[in-house]
Design a binder for this molecule. Structure first.
Ligand SMILES: C[S@@+](CC[C@H](N)C(=O)[O-])C[C@H]1O[C@@H](n2cnc3c(N)ncnc32)[C@H](O)[C@@H]1O
Length: 223
């Protein structure tokens, strides 16, 4: 995240007001936020973080899977609501970021709860055999549909899949008036949103928070 003004997909004043009203992050997360800004590394926005932390406190997921770790910031944020028996597994393709994320996790003494898995999410997901209570999708936007299809097998009934950045700077809502070079990605995200929203195994809600967050609750077997 270059800074908190990255997306502005809703009214500027409202977005600015919401951002300013959010409390400062915990002291131990601030150096990671500074590092991300300094090195232009995209991390979860402030409003998205507040939303997921609230959901985490209400929902109390024990087993969390993340697709796209970057420097480990979001995984460390999730550890704030993780119960003592909980764990987070996070997949990252960029080996420099894998190293950095592992260092940040070690520095903050969270190795017992957070594991960074190095590799391409598509390959890693195909080999996972366990199930999770919450899955956070935050990697290559053009691959969201493939990730979600793998997640169908990995998410518990009653579990939650959160897809970040699905409105892609508001472009997904703009139909034809988008630059040609963004078109393929925008069309993929549009079709991803539609397919998830119409998937009867889930109750989904699309929120204009941050860069667009899609929440998908996997219904119980008898729902
Ligand atoms: C938006 S960043 C993740 C930010 C992180 N979740 C946070 O909020 O702190 C997206 C990350 O996904 C990683 N990524 C992209 N394609 C991937 C793939 N195919 N498999 C695994 N990770 C991938 C990128 O290297 C990048 O670090």
């Amino acid at each position: 995240m270059k800074n908190n003004r990255r997306f502005w997909i809703v009214n500027d004043d409202v977005e600015k007001y919401i951002n300013q009203s959010l409390p400062k992050s915990s002291d131990w997360l601030l150096p990671l936020e500074k590092y991300a800004i300094l090195h232009n590394i995209p991390i979860m926005g402030k409003e998205t973080k507040a939303l997921i932390q609230l959901l985490g406190k209400l929902y109390k997921p024990v087993k969390i899977l993340e697709i796209g770790s970057a420097i480990g910031y979001s995984a460390l944020c999730f550890s704030e609501f993780l119960p003592t028996n909980g764990f987070i597994e996070s997949i990252e393709i960029d080996y420099d970021l894998v190293k950095l994320a592992r260092e940040n996790i070690k520095k903050n003494k969270k190795e017992h709860q957070i594991t960074i898995i190095a590799g391409d999410a598509i390959d890693v997901l195909a080999n996972i055999q366990k199930k999770y209570d919450m899955i956070f999708i935050d990697a290559a936007k053009g691959q969201y549909e493939k990730y979600f299809n793998e997640c169908l097998r990995l998410i518990n009934h009653g579990g939650l899949i959160i897809s970040d950045n699905v409105l892609y700077r508001g472009m997904v809502a703009k139909g034809d008036i988008i630059p040609r070079r963004q078109k393929v990605l925008v069309n993929k995200l549009d079709s991803y949103i539609k397919s998830v929203m119409n998937n009867k195994q889930f109750n989904s809600s699309l929120l204009s928070i941050g860069d667009g967050v899609l929440l998908s609750y996997r219904k119980d077997i008898n729902e």
